[in-house]
Write a protein that binds this ligand. Sequence first.
Ligand code: ATP
Ligand code: MG
Length: 288
Amino acid sequence: MVLSDLYRDPSGIIMLDVAAPVLEEEYGLLGVLILRSDANSFLYPLIQSWPVPTKTAENLLVKQEGDGVICLNDLRYSAGAALSLRLPLSGETLPFVEAVLGKRGEFEGRDYRLRLQSRQITDEKALKAFQESQTRIRAMAMIHEKLYQSKDFAGIDFADYIDKMVTHLFVVCEVDPKRVHFRNEVRAVILDINRAIPCALIVNELVSNALKYAFPEEKAGELTVGMFKDETEKYHLAVKDTGIGMPKKIDAHRPQTLGLQIVNDLTKQIEGTLELYRDGGTEFEITF
Ligand SMILES: Nc1ncnc2c1ncn2[C@@H]1O[C@H](COP(=O)(O)OP(=O)(O)OP(=O)(O)O)[C@@H](O)[C@H]1O
Ligand SMILES: [Mg+2]
């Protein structure tokens, strides 16, 4: 028996053939029986019936073709992908690229849906804004991951989390960790989810800003994220860089831009206070 590749028949329907020899004792091979099946009526529904852990998860069938990977089934969020969506093997950690490259088990990668959307955005500013909202989503998703990994869902080890998140931001912002040295000074702090999420998003904004603006023209320096609990049980969270400093005209408490507005709103949400120090770079301190 021989199984064909998936292919489009002349009317454009995706088919799969199974060829079986018809053998006879005396005369040997009499012919070949070809069983043709419409992928949409059997194979694709079968693939989508495999259980997945969440509502938005999906099963993909992919194949390597030269230096790319081609989708064999339609994607839930990209109709018409079957046999036509082709993505390069290099550059990005899309899970289906990793899969054809031989990676097995559970691993992280970029969601193809975000990748497809960002390909449609041609305006550079819009693309930047879109990529920034991705880091915000990513920051939250990583908190949930950490929570599920924790033994009893009791809390998030924030030092650990910060390591992972900041490493990710260096990659996204394309900053060489040898040029900007990162120091994690988060002491043993375990946060519940209601505080971990706002704190994570605040750090995401402030670290993204430091990586984007504090060290222009390949300037070198240091970036520190610190957190500790004082004797009065108050937490102090600080993000500090040794860069060029914030422009004087920016009022950190009444900003006109989204990033710092998010920082202010989330500080209020955790009933905290925000302080900005401008000596030797930029330091934000949130106490709550
Ligand atoms: N660590 C920093 N060093 C120097 N300048 C900074 C720093 N952080 C912020 N800035 C300046 O403050 C401005 C406002 O930051 P804010 O995060 O509010 O907006 P943004 O980063 O420009 O856009 P977004 O709303 O997407 O975050 C930045 O455009 C930048 O000029
Ligand atoms: Mg910003």
